[in-house]
Design a protein around this ligand. Structure first.
Ligand code: A3P
Length: 290
C-alpha cells in the first residue's frame, strides 16, 4: 500500500513508521545553525521551501531545480512509502547548514531544537482555505485516506481528527512559542499580498543581504504560476501512485478566499461560531481573503 503508516502520539495521528522511530525523532540532535520550516499541512510549505532555497542559492534558479521539492529537503517525522529511508535519516546525514521541514505541533518538537535555539520559520494559513486545500489533497494524494465528501472532511478537520491533529492547536501553540523562541511567524495571505515585504522579513531574520535584482528573481520564480509550471516544484515528477494530479493538481489555486466556493452558508455560520470558541483568548488574527 502507498498509504502512510500512522502512529498516534498524544492523540495526534502522525505519518511515523513506528514507536521506535518516534523515539529517534524525539531524540533528534539539532545543530545551532539548523533552520526549521514549520507549518500545518497545506499552509504553504512548498512555497516557503522554494523561497528559502532561492535565498540559500542566491537566486540561482538552476540550482533550485536540481531535484524535486519532496527530495530536496527532508521532513523530521515523515516516512514516505515510496522512499526507502525515513526522512529523518536523510536529515541526519545532511551537511550544515541544514533546512528541515516539520508539521509537528509545538509541544511535540524534539527538545534539542529549543535547547540549541535554532531559527524557526512558521507559516500559518487561514483555517477555511487550509481546510479546502487539505480536502483536495486527501482526494489526490494516495498517501492519505479518501475524504469521502466535503461535509465529512469538514467534520474531521474541525474535530482535529486529521493528520497532524487540530489546526487550532497548531497555530495557537506556535504563536505562543514565538514569545520565548527564535520564531518568525508568517502568514500565507501576507506573502500572497506582498511577497517583497515578507521576503525582506525573512532576510532580516536570517541576517542575509541580497541585491534588489536577486530579490525580484526570487519573487518571480516563487510565484504561483511559475511554480505551477515548474516540474521540480509542482510534484508532477512523483509517481501517480503517490499523487494523482488528474484528480486535483497539487498546485491547485493558490489563492486566499477559495473556501467560498465550498462552504455552504450554514457551514460558514457554524464554522465562525466554532472558530470563536476555539480561538478564545488568542491574539492571533487571520484574513480569509485579500
Ligand atoms: P491550494 O490547494 O489552496 O491551491 P503545502 O505546500 O503546505 O502542501 O501547501 C499547498 C498549498 O499551497 C496549495 O494550496 C498550493 O496551491 C499552495 N501554493 C504552493 N505554491 C504556491 C505559491 N507559489 N503561491 C501561492 N500558493 C502556493
Amino acid at each position: 500500500s502507498t498509504l502512510f503508516n500512522i502512529l498516534e502520539v498524544d492523540g495526534i495521528p502522525l505519518p511515523v513508521l513506528s514507536k521506535e522511530m518516534w523515539n529517534k525523532i524525539s531524540n533528534f540532535q539539532a545543530r545551532p545553525d539548523d533552520l526549521f520550516l514549520v507549518t500545518y499541512p497545506k499552509s504553504g510549505t512548498t512555497w516557503m521551501q522554494e523561497i528559502l532555497d532561492m535565498i540559500k542559492n542566491d537566486g540561482d534558479v538552476e540550482k533550485c531545480k536540481r531535484v524535486n521539492t519532496l527530495e530536496r529537503y527532508p521532513f523530521l517525522e515523515v516516512k514516505f512509502p515510496h522512499k526507502e529511508k525515513p526522512d529523518l535519516e536523510i536529515a541526519l546525514e545532511m551537511s550544515s547548514p541544514r533546512l528541515i521541514k516539520t508539521h509537528l505541533p509545538s509541544h511535540l518538537i524534539p527538545p534539542s531544537i529549543w535547547k540549541e535555539n535554532c531559527k524557526i520559520i512558521y507559516v500559518a494559513r487561514n483555517a477555511k482555505d487550509c481546510l479546502v486545500s487539505f480536502y483536495h489533497f486527501h482526494r489526490m494524494a494516495s498517501l492519505l485516506p479518501d475524504p469521502q465528501n466535503f461535509e465529512e472532511f469538514y467534520e474531521k478537520f474541525m474535530s482535529g481528527k486529521v493528520l497532524f491533529g487540530s489546526w487550532f492547536d497548531h497555530v495557537k501553540g506556535w504563536w505562543a512559542a514565538k514569545d520565548t523562541h527564535q520564531i518568525l511567524y508568517l502568514f500565507y495571505e501576507d506573502i500572497k499580498k506582498d511577497p517583497k515585504r515578507e521576503i525582506e522579513k525573512i532576510l532580516k531574520f536570517l541576517e542575509k543581504d541580497i541585491s534588489e535584482e536577486i530579490l525580484n528573481k526570487i519573487i518571480y520564480h516563487t510565484s504561483f504560476d511559475v511554480m505551477k509550471q515548474n516540474p521540480m516544484t509542482n510534484y508532477t515528477t512523483l509517481p501517480t501512485s503517490i499523487m494523482d494530479h488528474s484528480i486535483s493538481p497539487f498546485m491547485r489555486k493558490g489563492m486566499p478566499g477559495d473556501w467560498k466556493n465550498y462552504f455552504t452558508v450554514a457551514q460558514n455560520e457554524e464554522f465562525d461560531k466554532d472558530y470563536q470558541k476555539k480561538m478564545t483568548g488568542s491574539t492571533l488574527t487571520f484574513r480569509t481573503e485579500i
